[in-house]
Ligand binder design. Structure first.
Ligand SMILES: Nc1ncnc2c1ncn2[C@@H]1O[C@H](COP(=O)(O)OP(=O)(O)OP(=O)(O)O)[C@@H](O)[C@H]1O
Length: 382
């Protein structure tokens, strides 16, 4: 690199600097689908077995796809959907992120848009008309529909899971010949029993499990990403080993991939042709817990204010009553709205609450943050 070692660089230098350590920076994006997708052959086969009947005029088999965060569930679904659609025109595959789409209308709008190539109008069209258009199209064209509901636990919170599954899976009772299936993706194993308890027997799924990656697998996945994302020689294997250790400690492969990206950016900011140990140390300080960050980003302002109130309360136990006073000071919201927010954040595993046995009928609760204040602050401020 031309200006390697330059002590002081002007803003203009930085903007015009045209050398890069990245062969393809998109490789480090959260929704990048890697060409080389290893260690998930048996899960891909299980997904294929579920879809196969749909290719032969039958009904797809429902599945629940289980595994902790960043174990490759979404990637597997996207890859298999891509394969199916390039193989056959008789199956429509629709991937829906339930963190973004939590209502019946929202979910069926996504399916509608997948089929017709545009969203239905947001107002003035009743749900039933959208639903009918979808099902009539499937019946008339004799096409099967497979819907992947990613992070389906968000639908439980909005209490829409049962209705949505029912709408999709019992369509054939009203629309003759319609063939539909659902892949429900869950990253929190604890929700497995919630699914059984809350969803009626219309959904009897095959279970496809994505176990956590071993250390060696993580190292190989990160090294593959390095090969595609960086120019040769940018990062030595020894540093990939260190990043692997950090990744194993957090249990989140996304964190490792993000560390690589941040390291690359820091090397570039230094006009260094390679990533050094110092860049990694800086990157570790800069990079927050990716999954927590991801969840916090999906919260609305009131939910974030709740978390800020927890931060205001500082370390140590705080009762729900005391926390409400802080929350009310920040938002002016009612106690019932505070309670609803608390339930949602507990549901999303951001906080825990525990009964103290005191207060009215022993119902006083304390609120416990499931992450450190420091981590939370980083996520709220990013
Ligand atoms: N076997 C693999 N090979 C290469 N990259 C992988 C593999 N598994 C996961 N990844 C990468 O890890 C990141 C997270 O993967 P993905 O989104 O598929 O996980 P997930 O299980 O759906 O996560 P979550 O439950 O948190 O949504 C992505 O960048 C993906 O490319």
């Amino acid at each position: 690199m031309k200006d390697r070692g330059a002590e002081k660089r002007s803003v203009r230098d930085i903007l015009l600097h045209d050398e890069t350590v990245f062969r393809d920076i998109n490789v480090f994006d959260p929704d990048y689908v890697p060409e080389n997708y290893r260690y998930r052959e048996s899960q891909m086969e299980a997904l294929a077995v579920c879809i196969r009947p749909a290719l032969r005029n039958g009904r797809p088999v429902n599945a629940v796809v289980l595994g902790s965060c960043a174990t490759g569930k979404t990637t597997a679904i996207k890859k298999i959907f891509e394969m199916v659609e390039s193989t056959s025109e008789n199956v429509i595959c629709c991937y829906i992120n339930c963190q973004l789409h939590t209502t019946r209308f929202g979910i069926f709008s996504q399916i509608y848009s997948r089929i017709f190539g545009h969203q239905p109008p947001e107002t003035g069209v009743p749900f039933s008309r959208i639903y009918q258009s979808i099902m009539q199209y499937l019946a008339k064209e004799n096409k099967a529909l497979v819907v992947a509901l990613d992070d389906v636990n968000y639908l439980f919170y909005s209490k829409n899971a049962n209705k949505v599954l029912y709408d999709i899976l019992r369509a054939h009772e009203v629309f003759d010949g319609v063939r539909t299936g659902v892949f429900a993706i869950l990253s929190d194993i604890e929700f497995r029993y919630v699914l059984d308890k809350n969803v009626n027997s219309v959904f009897i799924p095959q279970e496809i499990v994505f176990p956590p990656y071993t250390r060696e697998e993580i190292f190989n996945i990160l090294r593959d990403r390095v090969r595609v994302g960086f120019y040769p020689g940018v990062i030595p294997d020894e540093l990939i080993e260190r990043i692997t250790d950090h990744t194993v400690n957090t249990g989140d492969l996304r964190y490792g991939i993000d560390l690589l990206r941040v390291c690359g950016n820091l090397a570039e900011a230094d006009a260094s042709p390679e990533i050094t140990r110092r860049h990694l140390e800086m990157a570790v300080k800069k990079t927050g817990p990716v999954t927590l960050m991801h969840t916090v980003k999906t919260l609305n302002e009131q939910e974030k204010e709740f978390l800020r109130s927890v931060m205001d309360a500082g370390d140590g136990d705080i009762t729900a009553g005391a926390l409400y006073k802080i929350f009310q000071g920040r938002t002016g919201a009612s106690y019932s709205s505070f309670n609803r927010t608390m339930e949602k954040l507990e549901f999303l595993r951001l906080i825990d609450t525990r009964l103290t046995g005191k207060g009215v009928r022993g119902k006083s609760r304390i609120v416990i943050l499931r992450f450190s204040l420091h981590e939370l602050e980083r996520c709220l401020n990013s």
